[in-house]
Design a protein around this ligand. Sequence first.
Ligand SMILES: [Zn+2]
Length: 219
Amino acid sequence: MGTSANLNTIAIHGRSYVLAWVGASAAHLVAEAGAEDPARPIMSHAGAEPNPAYDFDELTNASWATRTLCGRGEWIMCPTEAGRAFLSMWNEREDAVLAPSCKRCLAILDKQFAEPVPAERLGWNVIRAMEQLQEWGCVHVLGVPADQAELLRKRLRVEARHRGWKFLSRVGDGYLIAASEDALSPERRDLVMAESMQRIHAVNSGAQLSQPSWRFAWS
Ligand SMILES: [Zn+2]
């Protein structure tokens, strides 16, 4: 159609939210439903006629959380210039609602996007990882708490760039692997190569190897 009105959604930090009323006081936020979560469409009221100003498929697509961020059920989309989601005597009589105003929804939103607090161990692990990078060109940190992994990666990247090193990293379930070839001096590079060859020979001959210093646990 192309002429349909836009739904009353806003994008915050790359996610969409419906502006919603529960009763008609504050404008709440309804998030897109996660893959595992119960979901409902914007238009879900028995006996209500959809407002033809909106795209019918968009109104009936069950992709929204059943509750507002602050936990209220039975929400309806706040009106836009085109009115409510369904035919109503109020359409064209009420003002469009353009922004959330529920303090609890806004507080929950703030918390969701707050930066994680660096753990006490973070600084120490950054120092240790940088030493290993300089010495071995790679580092493997195990047991990294989920909320610290990106912080650790960010701090290491900054440190590496300060030193003019290229930096490759990967964060997985409880671990971080990073490598930086230019972290090694030419002499160190030869040593590291020799050491790796030795380790490969040792593994091939079935020897038990000690943990290398570049692989260490978060705490
Ligand atoms: Zn709310």
